[in-house]
Design a protein around this ligand. Structure first.
Ligand SMILES: C[S@@+](CC[C@H](N)C(=O)[O-])C[C@H]1O[C@@H](n2cnc3c(N)ncnc32)[C@H](O)[C@@H]1O
Length: 240
């Protein structure tokens, strides 16, 4: 039975990986590229200086990490993505732009072995973790956030930006379709649910830094986003 469940999970991840493998080559020039990059800009507004390492979970082609390393050339940036082709593109782009201190790992954030691989690659404590437009793909959101919490150094920050169901009938409808018609793992959350998730996994000072509810923002019909942040405290969190 367990075997069957695991197989189901990996099949669903394979479908998502295949989707982004198809998109990878044109990901930074397609119709939605401006929309995704504008989301990355929201993170750049928050991270004005860097000490230590930054991890980008679901980094895609690494646009955000390229911007971050240009502003902070002595930082260490590591991107992780489920899609092999996204990671290939990310590697090509840092090579073309001759950027150092950025590396990419192909793998599933929900796989403990991948998190260990990230840990092994670190040469500095993790001061920031960013996750932009990727969170809604996770099968076990609580475990995914807990892994982010555990990888951060004390006083390190998580910035999580994703679509928010509140204020958007469209996102609410997509969530319904994914749950009951498409029946895949994609789930959207209300801003309050994202906040609760961060609090539940031990983050302190959890805040909603930004909400965007706009028509025709960056060529998308309607946008509903929430950027939430939390800080890893200095005392260890007991597992619940
Ligand atoms: C919409 S793209 C966002 C990419 C990038 N963060 C951006 O803002 O442009 C979502 C990305 O999340 C990745 N992803 C989905 N599930 C993942 C997982 N479990 N582990 C790592 N990456 C994942 C996908 O492969 C895809 O590249």
């Amino acid at each position: 039975m367990k075997h069957k469940e695991d197989k189901g999970k990996s099949n669903r991840s394979t479908i998502i990986e295949a989707e982004f493998n198809r998109k990878a080559l044109h990901y930074e020039s397609n119709r939605l590229a401006n929309w995704y990059q504008a989301q990355g800009e929201q993170i750049l507004h928050q991270i004005t200086s860097l000490d230590g390492a930054v991890i980008d979970v679901g980094c895609g082609t690494g646009w955000l990490l390229r911007r971050l390393i240009k502003q902070n050339p002595y930082a260490t940036c590591i991107g992780i993505d489920l899609s092999k082709q996204m990671i290939e593109q990310a590697k090509i782009k840092i090579h073309v732009e001759r950027l150092n201190n950025v590396s990419f790992i192909h793998g599933d954030w929900e796989d403990a072995a991948i998190i260990e691989k990230v840990r092994d690659r670190l040469d500095q404590p993790v001061s920031k973790i960013v996750c932009v437009s990727s969170f809604h793909y996770f099968r076990h959101p609580e475990i995914a956030v807990r892994s982010m919490h555990d990888l951060l150094a004390p006083n390190g920050s998580l910035f999580l930006l994703d679509r928010a169901m509140d204020g958007s009938i469209g996102t609410f409808t997509w969530d319904f379709l994914h749950r009951y018609l498409i029946k895949d793992q994609v789930r959207f959350y209300k801003t309050s649910e994202l906040v609760s998730l961060l609090e539940k996994t031990g983050f302190e000072n959890v805040r909603v830094l930004k909400k965007i509810n706009r028509w025709l923002w960056k060529q998308k019909l309607y946008t509903s986003l929430a950027l939430v942040s939390g800080i890893r405290g200095v005392t260890p969190v007991e597992a619940s």
